[in-house]
Design a protein. Structure first.
Length: 215
């Protein structure tokens, strides 16, 4: 697989704020994952010390959800399908086993997130704005603060909001900034379609991964 196309092939996940992608080689293609060896995914939430890890063994996926500092295993499973892996990852990120207020995660736009990125903030619901009636109350979820992704300790940021807030005629605003240069962003885009939004985010991540914005 060519390096320049790698992020496009990652498995989209319902990402929760506060989690950092330490390593990501988990692909959308289940058969390719089964051919892989070693660690496919490491997610870490430093605020709580929790860590999610997926390792490909001989004929299964080893899923571990731990608190390393406390040497406490919250969950350890041997899984055989990609869908099982995705379900366990998302349940762990949302901490659903210890919550009484929810049985399933909120349905956010699935994101392919490359190694090194942190989800600082995410309330970007998985709804097609072109299929949402103008009188629907869910327009209230289309706010100016939907998604913030950070890289290199916050030196590189991707910020997404809806302009104008709660307006059915609005669009996603994506701002890509380096070193807090908000007045002179590397990229400013207005996007209506969710799939175009995610592909734009992936393209930026790929450029970062390829070293285009290294110091």
């Amino acid at each position: 697989m060519k390096k320049e196309n790698f992020i496009h092939f990652l498995q989209p996940l319902n990402m929760v704020m506060g989690w950092q992608v330490i390593e990501n080689r988990l692909l959308e293609d289940e058969e390719e994952n089964k051919k892989a060896e070693g660690t496919l995914l490491i997610l870490e939430k430093k605020q709580t010390g929790r860590k999610i890890q997926v390792i490909r063994e001989d004929n299964y996926f080893q899923f571990d959800f731990t608190i390393p500092e406390e040497k406490q295993i919250l969950k350890s499973l041997q899984l055989h399908t990609l869908q099982e892996v995705i379900s366990q990852i998302e349940r762990a990120m949302w901490n659903l086993d210890n919550r009484t207020d929810r049985k399933e995660p909120y349905d956010f736009v699935p994101l392919r997130v490359a190694s090194g990125w942190k989800i600082e903030y995410n309330t970007c619901i998985n709804i097609d704005p072109d299929k949402l009636p103008e009188e629907d109350s869910q327009w209230l979820n289309f706010t100016e603060d939907l998604l913030l992704l950070a890289y290199d300790k916050g030196r590189i940021l991707i910020d997404v909001g809806w302009k104008r807030e709660a307006d059915p005629s609005g669009r996603f605003q994506l701002i890509f900034v380096i070193d807090e240069q908000w007045e002179e962003p590397e990229k400013l885009a207005y996007i209506r379609r969710p799939e175009e939004l995610t592909s734009t985010i992936e393209a930026i991540m790929q450029d970062v991964q390829d070293g285009k914005y290294d110091n």
